[in-house]
Design a protein around this ligand. Structure first.
Ligand SMILES: Nc1nc2c(c(=O)[nH]1)N[C@H]1C(S)=C(S)[C@@H](COP(=O)(O)OP(=O)(O)OC[C@H]3O[C@@H](n4cnc5c(=O)[nH]c(N)nc54)[C@H](O)[C@@H]3O)O[C@H]1N2
Ligand SMILES: Nc1nc2c(c(=O)[nH]1)N[C@H]1C(S)=C(S)[C@@H](COP(=O)(O)OP(=O)(O)OC[C@H]3O[C@@H](n4cnc5c(=O)[nH]c(N)nc54)[C@H](O)[C@@H]3O)O[C@H]1N2
Ligand code: SF4
Ligand SMILES: [Mo]
Length: 729
């Protein structure tokens, strides 16, 4: 008999409501949930075609061990025993630093995996936890820690009430944004304009968003910090900053004001390409608007000055009175008092072996991982990768040979990713339809407060297992006894007690029920009774400043020392940037110097949605160029160009578009999977190139303040391929 159940998508932060039809434990259809209170019938194709992931022919369904002749299926018992013996042996011989873990993006949409993975590493005593947030948003987490006292405090633009949204480095129409839960983000942006407000997109490309809503300003990639500083400069120079407010709820105002003096609109205009008059006008509009929000996302995070940019973004919102106000940016509370919860779970910051990098949000920079893998004392010898494809997603090619040097590489994944193709063991994970879940990782990104719990829609197929179980079983297999209170130990411990008196077994959802009872705005029982979730009280404007700022003195740090110091690096970058600008557009030896940026596509998702056979993908990714730049290279639509950087070379067909700023080339990420075949049959089929081949990696290419990998505004040289070369992919 067909059954319909409500759940929510956990591919991106929108968490759209889905309605899944099942028959006999099989998924027969996935539709947007028309009655969902937040997504209101919206869902994108990645969610509605998720059956192509759930039932993919090339899913990992059993534990596998690599042998000289290929993958061999083994039992779970044997896999855990063997991995435990290898890791446990190194732990005893070489110490805890010999074991590392990399958590990829889907981990943070999977509350059990996220918590158990962290506790697994804590039980080993290893500081070597790496995570995808350092190739995504480390700058935000770092700045939030310094300004607000906790990495998880990132004010969210109040899209449904704002009168002026300034959006830098984000393409909401395609991505649904980051650090914001806003399903159908484009409709919300249109709503701003329909209310008589404005949306200003600042991006080197007139994006799908900018083409559909509001106004657009082209900016030279990598220069946002100058623009933002100039906006702040105008506010203070013209007396538009609310200094009384800044003094009441912040400290460091004098240092901030002094630091802003030299960063004028004229200085910014020369480097950003945004006219000084536009900068001055925008600053005044921000001060005047009845609710304004400056928002930035990965296009700025991944730039060379992402931390400076996020700092000044916060300053702009605060100084215009728009932090903690309706129509400005608000700090949600979530269904679980995470700030209280986090205080209890806080781990001490870790350092990389050479002391150079400090952990941000509990993880060391992934861009430095390859350098930590070696035979030397304290070198990493064993790596567990959970829901990530670091070989594909981290810039540069350094990690691939480093993975080959490991004694043990274990991948817990759905597919044989580029990383997993190098593993010694593959462990089959459940997908989002096969497990219960609670949106812990995204809880503070949501203003219209709502929380949903989902049961597993179907039982795990084949021998797929949840990550929490794997970590819980692997720990004793490594010969490690978890300390009291460690999640990996507590569920098995409770079950040992329960086993004596009852047939019931505990799982992490029981612990969630306890956490909700202690810190929650609702209970798990109520959530289970309401499968479309529950509305919670709206976050009240005025509830953050003076009450929930988590710094020692309860006030916002307006001028954190590492950010003030980084202004010198910004100033020092100017001469080279000016030189670059002077020769922009000049062809030399048949080559043009351009800046590489990325983009996301509707049907792809980071490295892995090309595996979805239910989604039609074009045969290759393309390099987007302005027609003027293409003409100067003699390139026509569809012809192949060679792109070359200090780190690598890629050949791609070009596509011409007036929507791209001159001097810029755009290559979407997530393509070029040929290395991972066999195992990723679908993804390996389209050709294309991995943009990370062109982006230099390693710790010398990390933003020095936060350890965020620099992945946009990458200098490259582009030339037309000769006819013979066009045949080579
Ligand atoms: N050049 C360039 N590089 C980028 C980016 C870019 O824009 N340009 N974007 C960056 C960003 S924002 C991010 S977040 C990172 C992502 O970097 P990663 O997190 O390293 O990579 P993903 O592509 O998200 O890989 C996710 C993996 O998890 C698997 N998976 C999916 N669901 C599950 C699950 O439920 N359980 C388990 N165990 N596995 C699962 C998928 O099969 C896939 O192999 O990439 C970054 N890299
Ligand atoms: N369809 C789809 N949706 C996704 C994803 C996906 O892969 N596919 N990934 C998800 C993930 S993990 C994340 S983190 C979010 C990210 O969500 P967003 O941050 O919105 O990511 P993008 O859509 O890549 O938008 C980044 C924008 O920055 C611009 N940009 C590049 N360099 C610069 C610069 O120097 N300055 C400025 N001002 N702009 C610049 C690019 O042109 C691009 O339009 O999306 C999520 N949603
Ligand atoms: S926008 Fe698409 S991928 Fe993101 S949660 Fe909604 S359905 Fe899933
Ligand atoms: Mo991301």
């Amino acid at each position: 008999m067909a059954e319909r159940v409500q759940t929510f998508c956990r591919i991106c932060e929108a968490l759209c409501g889905l309605e899944v039809e099942t028959e006999g434990g099989r998924v027969t259809a996935i539709r947007p949930d028309e009655l969902h209170p937040i997504s209101r019938g919206y869902a994108c194709v990645k969610g509605t075609r998720y059956a192509g992931i759930h039932a993919a022919a090339d899913r990992i369904n059993y534990p596998m061990r690599r042998t000289p002749t290929g993958w061999r299926r083994i039992s779970w018992d044997r896999a855990l025993r063997e991995i435990g013996a290898r890791i446990g042996g190194d732990l005893r011989r070489r110490g805890p630093r010999s074991v590392a873990m990399y958590l990829g993006n889907p981990t943070f949409f999977n509350y059990k995996a996220m918590l158990f993975a962290q506790d697994f590493m804590a039980a080993l005593g290893s500081p070597n936890l790496f995570a995808s947030h350092s190739i995504d948003c480390n700058n935000k987490l770092f700045v939030a820690e310094h300004m607000y006292g906790l990495g998880m405090i990132n004010p969210v633009p109040d899209l449904d009430h704002t009168q002026l949204l300034v959006c830098l480095g984000s393409n909401p129409a395609i991505s649904q944004m980051s650090f914001v839960r806003a399903p159908n983000a484009l409709a919300r942006l249109r709503g701003v304009v329909e209310r008589g407000g404005r949306v200003v997109t600042i991006d080197p490309r007139r994006t799908e968003t900018a083409a559909r809503v509001g106004e657009h300003l082209f900016i030279r990639p990598g220069t946002d910090a100058w623009l933002l500083l100039a906006l702040a400069h105008v506010l203070f120079a013209e007396g538009l900053a609310d200094e009384a407010l800044l003094r009441r709820h912040g400290h460091g105002l004098e240092s901030l004001r002094a630091a802003l003096v030299t960063w004028t609109p004229a200085r910014a205009a020369a480097l950003t390409g945004v006219p000084a008059a536009s900068i001055v006008a925008l600053a005044r509009d921000l001060a005047k608007a009845d609710g304004a929000a400056v928002y930035m996302s990965t296009g700025v995070n991944m730039g060379p000055f992402g931390s400076l940019a996020y700092w000044i973004t916060q300053v702009l919102n605060f100084a215009t009175g728009n932090l903690d106000r309706r129509g400005g940016s608000l700090v949600p509370r979530g269904a679980l008092d995470l700030l209280a919860f986090a205080g209890r779970r806080g781990r001490r910051p870790a350092r990389s072996r050479d002391g150079r990098w400090r952990s941000v949000f509990d993880a060391l920079p992934a861009g430095a991982l390859s350098e930590e893998i070696d035979e030397r004392r304290d070198g990493i010898r064993n790596l567990i990768v959970c829901a990530g494809d670091p070989a594909h997603s981290i810039p540069g090619g350094q990690l691939r040979p480093a993975l080959e040097r490991l004694d043990t590489l274990v991948c817990i994944d759905l597919f044989v990713s580029e990383t997993a193709s190098r593993a010694h063991y593959l462990l089959p994970a459940t997908d989002m339809l096969e497990r219960s879940d609670f949106p812990l990782g995204t809880m503070l990104s949501q203003i219209g407060a709502h929380v949903q719990f989902t049961e597993a829609v179907v039982p795990p197929a084949f021998e797929r297992r949840e990550e929490w179980q794997i970590f819980g079983d692997l720990l004793p297999a490594c010969g490690v006894r978890p300390p009291l209170g460690n999640l990996c130990g507590s569920v098995p411990q409770i079950n040992r007690w329960l086993g004596k008196v009852s047939r019931r077994r505990a799982d992490p959802d029981h612990l969630l029920a306890v956490a909700l009872a202690a810190f929650g705005a609702t209970s798990l029982r109520q959530l289970r009774a309401n499968p479309r979730g529950l509305a919670l009280p709206e976050v009240e404007p005025g509830s953050f400043l003076g009450s929930r700022v988590a710094t020692k003195d309860g006030r916002v740090d307006l001028a954190p020392a590492p950010l003030l110091a980084d202004l010198d690096r910004l100033a020092a970058a100017e001469p080279a940037l000016r030189e670059r600008i002077a020769v922009e557009g000049q062809v030399e030896d048949g080559e043009l110097a351009l800046l590489l940026i990325g983009r996301r596509e509707r049907r792809s998702h980071n490295s892995w949605m090309l595996n979805n056979s239910q989604l039609q993908h074009p045969p290759s990714n393309v390099a987007l160029l302005h027609p003027g730049d293409a003409a100067s290279l003699g390139l026509c639509e569809g012809q192949r160009a060679e792109l070359r950087s200090e780190s690598g070379t890629a050949r791609l067909p070009v596509s011409l578009s007036e929507d791209v700023r001159r001097g810029v080339v755009v290559v979407p990420h997530g393509w070029g999977h040929s290395r991972s075949a066999p195992g990723q049959a679908v993804a390996a089929a389209p050709v294309g190139a991995n943009s990370n081949t062109l982006i230099p990696g390693g710790s010398s290419h990390l933003e020095p303040v936060s350890g965020q990998a620099i992945m946009t505004a990458i200098p490259i040289r582009v030339r037309r391929c000769e006819a013979a070369e066009e045949l080579v992919s």
